[in-house]
Design a binder for this molecule. Structure first.
Ligand SMILES: [Zn+2]
Length: 284
């Protein structure tokens, strides 16, 4: 998301929003202010908070966009005349070079979505309103997060709170698997079980996998969808393949909507974690 925000900032940062076309209402999560409030205003910058893209306008209004898993953002060098094509959500049209001529047509951003679950969503926020951002926890590189890891006493499993956006933003399943593997810690361990050295190792590992991920993201080219990161995870999504460190087969714990991948020799002292789905099958 960070790399995507940086690319968008380069394309539309400093340009005035001249109009928009809404292709469906369900993805727009706010009623007031209407998107019209943004028209005629300069988009000052595009940034990121958690998995939200945050566009700041010159009068303090903000537009938030959450692409989720099915969303995609296309840049049109000149706005197309189509209705947004399949899955069109909204097209935002920006001014060109600013000389005000009739031909002063700049780029457009087209949000589309594919699939019916985990849809894209967007918000128009009045100045001072944080909308969904006020539910987000600290960024991984913040002092607040360091304090949480180094001195906190959260009783949940580390893998659970690493994925919880109210505790820390932007880690998610994939980076949770990789960070715990790098730190050599069990996904089921809790902060209270860790000594100071292990806590520091965990903090380093979380920040390290995110920094490495961003480096790889920045080298991507092509469409501006939420990055498909599968290829650069170290262990996430790789159950059944050899551990990059020790060569043992990576194992998984399966849940309804996701799986946790780990290396038993590297992370659990060789212990195989109970797989809820497997044990249910065995009981039947
Ligand atoms: Zn290993």
């Amino acid at each position: 998301m960070q790399a995507l925000a940086e690319r968008l900032d380069g394309v539309v940062g400093g340009r005035t929003l001249v109009g928009y076309e809404l292709f469906g209402f369900s993805s727009l999560k706010t009623v007031v202010p209407a998107p019209d409030a943004l028209v005629g205003h300069e988009l000052v910058s595009v940034g990121r908070r958690g998995k939200y893209l945050v566009a700041e306008f010159d009068d303090g209004h903000r537009l938030l966009l959450h692409l989720s898993q099915a969303g995609r953002l296309d840049v049109e060098d000149r706005p197309k005349k189509t209705r947004g094509g399949k899955g069109g959500v909204v097209r935002l049209r920006f001014a060109g070079d600013g000389d005000g001529d009739d031909d002063d047509v700049g780029p457009a951003l087209l949000v589309r979505e594919f699939g019916t679950e985990r849809k894209a969503a967007w918000w128009v926020l009045a100045p001072g309103d944080d909308g969904p951002l006020d539910r987000l926890g600290p960024e991984p590189d913040s002092e607040a997060f360091a304090d949480f890891v180094l001195r906190g006493a959260d009783k949940r499993r580390i893998h659970t709170w690493l994925r919880d956006q109210r505790t820390v933003v932007g880690v998610g399943r994939g980076y949770s698997d990789d960070a715990l593997w790098r730190a050599g810690l069990s996904p089921y361990s809790t902060l209270g079980q860790l000594d100071d050295t292990s806590r520091a190792r965990l903090l380093d590992a979380v920040r390290g996998v995110l920094a490495d991920g961003l480096t790889k993201e920045r080298t991507r080219t092509g469409g501006l969808s939420e990055p498909k990161l599968g290829a650069h995870f170290e262990v996430h999504g790789r159950a059944g393949t050899p551990c990059p460190r020790c060569g043992a087969e990576l194992l998984r714990v399966s849940y309804e909507s996701h799986e946790v991948v780990y290396c038993a020799p590297c992370q659990t002292g060789g212990k195989v974690l109970a797989d809820r789905r497997m044990s249910r099958l065995l009981k039947e």
